[in-house]
Design a protein around this ligand. Structure first.
Ligand code: HEC
Ligand code: HEC
Length: 450
């Protein structure tokens, strides 16, 4: 090890600390000699051990390069000295000879106790405040899986394993961005999926299903799915022996081909097109096993512990994904190091918004994000009651508190539904990430005509 690779200061400090440990050892021995009834062996070996530990730490410091020296010094050596000071204080106190301890010890005994407690506290603090939620364990798919576990996998795909804070946790499938699932919980532009298992059997008999927005047997251009023909579904997703449409097929078709049937009043262009994305295409891209897991959950969610209504099969050896494919990736937190398009896709903004500059962001449930011109217009509206005074502030407010101002939908001639845009993004964004997102969205503008 060349001398210039050490940091002079830390090398000096480590030697000083070892000398200090030696001094403490000598001092304790001296007091043991001067007083009667002191367990010299006990105290001598404790402080001897401290001295040896410090010496050993110094030898380690000599083997480290500069950058690692600082880390090691603060991680271990400072801790050792603090403990020495503490025990030294305990020694004087237990022998009732505090008055004879060096003033340094008397001061430090108090101070080091406080700082050890503080150090423990500050170590613990950041984890409580700003760490991203723990990466939830993905559910293992194996041959011995039960239907209960498979339906639970579906639930995790829908809601994620870890709540993102608030009550609207969101998993890889992103469904809760738009849908609600409990009786009576209606937020606006997307149907509540309560009771969808029962509906799945009756929908397919409706005249509306057979003929609108296009007839059974015709192909949906957006997804390539032939409506009402389970035999013609892409092989990877196909149910075995699927001659006749059953409830399961309706649910699968809703996920693979949202426009095959558009729930009344929930579609665009006079209920001819669904604003729901094709869930097996990017950005959501559920795999066949995941789609079936979601169906298993949808079919059993209203009968806890009871899986008789589930008709999807458990995954078989042939259908298991390769090892390296994590079956459930519910990344919900962004820290701002991601490229902007990745960040925006994780958050799910493209499902509802058209965003210039983000490929595939053609969502239609919310306003087109042309904020360079939209934001100044919104703030001039007499109905605007928010606090923003410039474009960036308006965009930040719209993301963190969407209800501050509800945008008017010119095309539909009514307000966009309030309460549809999730209010939980603050829990999914680091400080850097929100800045980066606001910077980007503030610059969005309508593409030039033509
Ligand atoms: C961007 C918003 C959005 C997302 C995300 C979304 N949906 Fe939908 N979904 C809708 C809308 C709007 C409708 C109603 C129009 C239609 O029938 O397609 C709908 C309809 C449905 C229906 C038919 C309901 C019925 O009563 O017949 C099912 C089933 C469904 N969605 C399941 C899902 C599942 C499962 C997910 C997640 C994997 C999901 N959706 C994600 C917007 C969304
Ligand atoms: C589930 C659908 C949905 C999702 C997901 C969503 N939004 Fe929205 N957003 C809306 C709706 C609906 C409105 C209009 C109603 C309102 O103003 O609250 C809106 C309004 C906005 C506005 C105000 C637009 C204007 O022109 O005044 C901004 C900015 C915005 N959203 C940004 C985002 C960003 C960024 C994300 C992702 C982090 C996002 N939204 C995710 C539905 C959504």
């Amino acid at each position: 090890m060349l001398p210039e690779q050490h940091d002079i200061l830390w090398t000096f400090m480590t030697m000083a600390f070892t000398l200090f440990a030696g001094f403490a050892f000598g001092n304790v021995i001296k007091h043991c000699r001067e007083h009667e009834g002191v367990n010299t062996k006990l105290w001598g070996s404790i402080f001897g051990a401290f001295f040896l530990i410090s010496f050993w730490e110094t030898t380690i410091m000599f083997d480290l390069v500069q950058g690692d020296q600082i880390k090691f010094f603060f991680q271990y050596q400072v801790l050792t000295v603090l403990i020495i000071l503490l025990v030294w204080g305990v020694f004087f106190k237990s022998q009732n000879i505090e008055a004879q301890s060096p003033p340094l010890i008397r001061a430090f005994f108090f101070w080091s106790t406080v700082s050890v407690v503080l150090a423990g506290y500050t170590n613990w603090l950041p984890q409580q405040r700003s760490d991203p939620p723990p990466k939830p364990g993905s559910i293992e798919i194996d041959m011995n899986m039960t239907m209960e576990e498979y339906a639970e996998m579906g639930r995790v795909i829908v809601f994620g394993a870890a709540a993102a804070g608030g009550n609207k946790a969101i998993g890889k499938g992103q469904c809760p961005l738009c849908h609600t699932f409990d009786a009576g919980d209606n937020i606006g532009r997307c149907p509540n999926l309560f009771g969808v298992e029962a509906r799945s059997h009756t929908r397919i008999k409706e005249d509306r299903y057979l003929n609108e927005p296009f007839k059974v047997g015709e192909t949906d251009p957006a997804s390539g799915v032939v409506k009402g023909k389970p035999m013609e579904i892409d092989e990877a997703f196909r149910r075995e022996g699927g001659e006749e449409m059953i409830g399961e097929d309706y649910l699968r078709e809703s996920i693979l081909c949202p426009s095959c049937y558009v729930v009344k009043d929930y579609g665009n262009d006079g209920d001819t097109k669904s604003p729901m994305p094709v869930i097996v295409k990017p950005p959501i891209s559920l795999t066949p096993i995941e789609v079936n897991a979601v169906i298993a959950w949808l079919q059993s969610k209203e009968t806890p512990g009871e899986f008789a209504s589930v008709t999807v099969p458990l995954p078989t050896a042939g259908s298991l994904p390769a090892e390296e494919e994590a079956p459930v990736d519910d990344r919900i937190f962004v820290d701002g190091t991601e490229p902007i398009d990745v960040m925006i896709n994780i958050l799910g903004c493209p499902l509802c918004h058209t965003i210039p500059g983000i490929e595939g962001a053609v969502g239609e449930l919310g306003p087109k994000l042309f904020e360079k011109s939209n934001a100044p217009m919104r703030m001039k509206d007499p109905n605007y009651k928010g606090k923003a005074t410039n474009t960036k502030e308006y965009v930040r407010e719209s993301i963190l508190n969407p209800g501050a101002y509800v945008v008017f939908n010119e095309e539909a001639g009514e307000l966009f539904p309030d309460g549809l845009m999730p209010t939980t993004f603050a829990n999914q964004l680091s400080v850097n990430a929100i800045d980066k997102l606001v910077d980007f969205i503030s610059q969005t503008e309508a593409p030039p005509e033509g």
